[in-house]
Structures are given as C-alpha cells and as structure tokens.
Ligand binder design. Structure first.
Ligand code: NAD
Length: 292
C-alpha cells in the first residue's frame, strides 16, 4: 500500500477562498472588515515567520490585521494592559498572542486576560472547557484544522481507535477532545508513556504532535491507518522534519499528511475562520464550511 497524501495546502486554499467570499459579501452589505490584533513579543525567528504568514493570510482574505510588536523585555503588566485595551476596542474582533512568550511573562496569566469571545486561537480556559463539554465556540486552530482535513478525506470516526502522541494544551489535549466528540475511542500518549510502539500500532487514526524528528517509526503504523503529522522541527541542514518516518509510514498507511504542506496551512485557515466567527460573520454554532 502507498498512502495518499492529505494536501493541507489545497484544503486550506479552498477554505481561504470561501472566507474571502464571505467577507466580500458582508462588506457589500455595509459591514466593516473583521479586525485581528496580532501581538508578537520579542524577536524569536520562528515566531516572526509565523506572525508574518498569519498577517499575509489576513490580507489575502480581507481581514484587517493590527500589529503590535513589543520589545522582549516588556513587563507582564504592560502586556496585560494592552490586552485589556484590545478587549475593549470595538474594531478588534480577535486577539492573537504569538507564543512562546519571554520568561518574565506568565503565559497562562496573560492568556486568561483575553476576552474569550476574542480568543481566536481557542487557547482560553473557557473555550477549552466549552470543547470539553461538547459545546465548542472558538476551537483551537490546529486540532480543528486537523478535523477539517480528516473530514475532507471522509474519515470514519465512530468505532475507530484514535491515538494522539503529545498532550500539550494547544495540540494534543484539544485534539483528544475533538476526536472524542467525533465518536472515536481515544488514547493519549505523552513523555511518560511506556511502550509507545504498542499504542501506535493500534491506531486507526494517528496524530503525532511531539516535535522530535521521526520519533514515530514507519513499521509501527497499522496497515490502512490515517497518519497526521503535526510535528515540525528544523534540522541542522535547514530542512524541516516531521515526527513520523514519512517514507516508511507511507508504505503502510492509507492516508498521510506531508511536512510541510499538511497541518500547518490549516492552522492558519482556522485562525481566519475563528476571526470571522468572533466578528459575528458566522452566526450559527455550526461551522459553515459544509465539511463538518
Ligand atoms: P509541546 O512541547 O508543548 O508538547 C510536546 C508533547 O510531546 C508533550 O505532551 C510531551 O509529553 C510529548 N512527548 C515528548 N517526548 C515524547 C516521547 N518521547 N514520547 C511521547 N510523547 C512525547 O509541543 P506542542 O506545542 O504541542 O507542539 C508539538 C509539535 O507540533 C512541535 O513540533 C510544534 O512545532 C508542532 N506544531 C505545529 C503546528 C502546526 O500548525 N503545524 C501547530 C502547533 C505545534
């Protein structure tokens, strides 16, 4: 078997085109464009690239992005004061605080200050709690982007064993909740899991979000599985590596995401979608991609 590729770039482009059309239509009706405040603290090169990509994506679809680039030595109180101001700013529908933050800042404390209705990353405890209760509002971008990719390939969830490797607040945990809502039986593995291969071998749906190149060996993959590789690590030669031994896994899986070009573009597309939702462009609690 040679797995088919799940083309995140193409699916994200489709979603972005749909978002662009929605914004155009609302502007014709006299509504102002959605506004996204983007906050970058410091000069971390990877974060700077992510922020640039997100702002470019906003521009492509007609979202107005308002950029706040703050010095790395900013005090926690100053950052919190900015968040409070953005919470009250009527032109700002969404607030994106790029992580990680410098050491002197308690990221949880700051994230807690973001108005949950403007929490377009879906990181706020309120939004994660809503997801845990099967009543999601703004959903974490990467896990929800993965669900859209899985829907795109008509993945079956009910009765399937989904195994997630990685249990972070921004990927692994909300991913587990999404797959649970979809009806899968879910196992979450993490750094303290004994015998990772034992669990991976059982996965009908495997999502790996660790950030260690090729930690998942191709021979562990169940025949016919769907493999989603969230991990991105830059190797010394500058190339990008996923968590999964791609070529070997491809021989066993039915579907697999490439790195890059798999999950990453979907994360950005969902951020745009969440901004539309925060701006009240999408009224229903159902998603309007027609995919879920
Ligand atoms: P994190 O460091 O917060 O979490 C990593 C998780 O992996 C932890 O739960 C840890 O317990 C687990 N882990 C570590 N070693 C392990 C091992 N040997 N066996 C099993 N589990 C192990 O990372 P994160 O923020 O969740 O990101 C994970 C990866 O996903 C990174 O490479 C990151 O760059 C990437 N990422 C990609 C996107 C995207 O849009 N493509 C978005 C977010 C994160």
């Amino acid at each position: 078997m040679t797995a088919q590729l799940i083309d995140g770039k193409a699916v994200a482009a489709e979603l972005k085109a749909h978002i662009r059309e929605q914004i155009k239509a609302k502007i014709m009706e006299g509504k102002r464009p959605p506004g996204l405040a983007v906050i970058l603290v410091g000069e971390d090169p990877a974060s700077s690239i992510y922020v640039r990509n997100k702002r470019e994506a906003c521009e492509q679809v007609g979202i107005h992005s308002i950029y706040h680039h703050l010095s790395a030595d900013i005090k926690e109180e100053e950052l919190i004061a900015l968040i409070h101001a953005l919470n009250h700013d009527k032109k700002v529908d969404g607030i994106l605080l790029q992580l990680p933050l410098p050491r002197q800042i308690d990221a949880n404390k700051v994230l807690d200050c973001i108005d949950p209705q403007k929490d377009v990353d879906g990181f706020h405890a309120y939004n994660l709690g809503r997801l845990a209760q099967r009543r999601p509002l703004l959903r974490s971008c990467t896990p929800y982007g993965i669900m859209l990719l899985l829907d795109h390939i008509h993945q079956q969830y009910k009765g399937k064993h989904a195994v997630i490797v990685g249990a972070s607040n921004i990927v692994g945990r909300p991913m587990a909740l999404e797959l649970l809502i979809a009806g899968s039986t879910v196992t979450v593995c993490h750094r303290f899991t004994h015998d990772l291969p034992y669990f991976v071998r059982q996965a009908d749906i495997l999502v790996s979000a660790v950030g260690k190149p090729e930690i998942i060996k191709g021979e562990w993959i169940k025949e016919g599985a769907t493999v989603v590789d969230v991990g991105i690590t830059r190797r010394e030669d500058g190339s990008l590596a996923g968590d999964v031994e791609f070529e070997a896994a491809r021989k066993r899986a039915a579907w697999i995401t490439p790195v890059p070009g798999g999950v990453g573009p979907m994360t950005v597309a969902v951020l745009l979608h969440n901004t539309l939702r925060a701006a009240g462009y999408i009224n229903s609690h159902q998603d309007d991609f027609g995919l879920r």
